[in-house]
Design a protein around this ligand. Structure first.
Ligand SMILES: [Fe+2]
Ligand SMILES: [Fe+2]
Length: 287
C-alpha cells in the first residue's frame, strides 16, 4: 500500500475515533428515525419535537419567517406537521439545529460566519435552480446545500494543522481545496461530511449530495440533488457570497447540464433572485 493510501486510511480512522463529535440534538435524531417508519403519525412527531422547547421555538420562528414564506401563521408544531407535512418539518428541524450544533467561532484561518454564509448561499442557489427546473426536490436541495461542506468544520476543529496545510497548498498552487486535500490527505471533506451525515441518519438524497457535490455524475441514486449542490456551490463562490476556504478553480462541471434540465446560458436568469433570497435566509444566523 502506498504511503498516501496509508494516510487516507489513517485519517478516516482518526475521524471515526473522535470522541466528542458534534451531535445533532436528540430530538432531531429521533425525528429522522421516526420518519423512516411509515407508521409514524403527526402526533408522534409533535410529541418528539415538543419535548424540546428551545427547538420548538426555533422551528416556529423559522416556519413563520419570510424565508419559508408560508401564507398563514403557524401557531404550533402540530399545526406545522398538518399544514407543511413531515418532510418539511424534518427539514426545518435539521436546519434549525445545525447552527446550534456548530456554534463554535472557528479559527483564525477559517471564519465560521463567512463559512455559514457560503453554506446558506449554496442552499439558497441550489433551491432556486431546483425551483427554476421545476424539480420536486426543492426543499431537500436547500438542506443539502446548507450541509455540503460540513466536513470542513470537522477538519477545522479536529485536524486543524492539516486543514491549514490544505488551505495553504490550495492558495499557493492555485488549485481547488479538494485537489489540495487529495494531495495531502488522500481524502476530502466530502468523504468526512458523508460519513458524519450517515452517522446522523440524514435522508439518503442529502447524504449523497454531500458525498458527490464535486462529482455529481458519480452519485449512484441521486445525481440531480448532487448536481444542484455542485452548481449552487460554484455560483456561490463566483458571486463571492461568504467564504469556504480555498476559492480556486470553482468551475462548473459540464456533466451538471446533462443531469439538470437547465442550460449554462440560462444561469444569468437565476442571478437577480439570489440577493433577495439571501436577505430572507439570513434569519438562520439569528437562531
Ligand atoms: Fe466542497
Ligand atoms: Fe462549498
Amino acid at each position: 500500500m502506498s504511503e498516501e493510501k496509508t494516510n487516507k486510511v489513517a485519517l478516516m480512522k482518526q475521524v471515526k475515533e473522535i470522541e466528542n463529535l458534534p451531535t445533532l440534538p436528540t430530538v432531531v435524531s429521533e425525528i429522522l428515525t421516526a420518519l423512516e417508519n411509515p407508521k409514524t403519525s403527526a402526533e408522534d412527531v409533535n410529541n418528539i419535537i415538543s419535548s424540546d422547547p428551545a427547538l420548538t421555538a426555533k422551528i416556529l420562528k423559522l416556519v413563520n419567517s419570510a424565508f419559508f414564506g408560508f401564507p398563514r401563521e403557524i401557531s404550533s408544531v402540530t399545526h406545522a406537521v398538518v399544514v407543511l407535512g413531515f418532510a418539511t418539518v424534518r427539514n426545518v428541524a435539521i436546519t434549525a439545529s445545525v447552527f446550534s450544533s456548530f456554534s463554535g467561532k472557528g479559527s483564525d484561518v477559517f471564519n465560521r460566519e463567512a463559512f455559514w454564509l457560503h453554506s446558506i448561499g449554496t442552499g439558497v442557489i441550489s433551491q432556486l435552480v431546483a425551483r427554476h427546473c421545476r424539480l420536486s426536490i426543492v426543499e431537500d436541495s436547500f438542506v443539502a446545500g446548507l450541509l455540503h461542506d460540513l466536513g470542513k468544520i470537522i477538519l477545522d476543529e479536529y485536524f486543524h494543522d492539516i486543514f491549514v496545510e490544505c488551505l495553504n497548498e490550495s492558495c499557493e498552487n492555485k488549485i481547488s481545496f479538494v485537489e489540495a486535500e487529495e494531495r495531502l490527505m488522500d481524502t476530502g471533506h466530502h468523504r468526512i461530511g458523508y460519513w458524519l451525515a450517515s452517522k446522523w441518519n440524514m435522508p439518503k438524497p442529502i447524504i449523497e449530495a454531500i458525498a458527490y457535490h464535486h462529482h455529481p455524475s458519480s452519485a449512484p441514486d441521486h445525481p440531480q440533488i448532487a448536481a444542484l449542490v455542485h452548481l449552487g456551490d460554484a455560483i456561490c463562490r463566483l458571486q463571492k457570497i461568504g467564504s469556504c476556504g480555498g476559492e480556486f478553480a470553482s468551475t462548473i462541471k459540464k456533466e451538471t447540464f446533462d443531469i439538470l434540465p437547465i442550460k449554462h446560458a440560462q444561469l444569468p436568469e437565476i442571478l437577480p433572485m439570489i440577493e433577495p433570497e439571501m436577505k430572507k435566509a439570513k434569519i438562520l444566523l439569528e437562531l
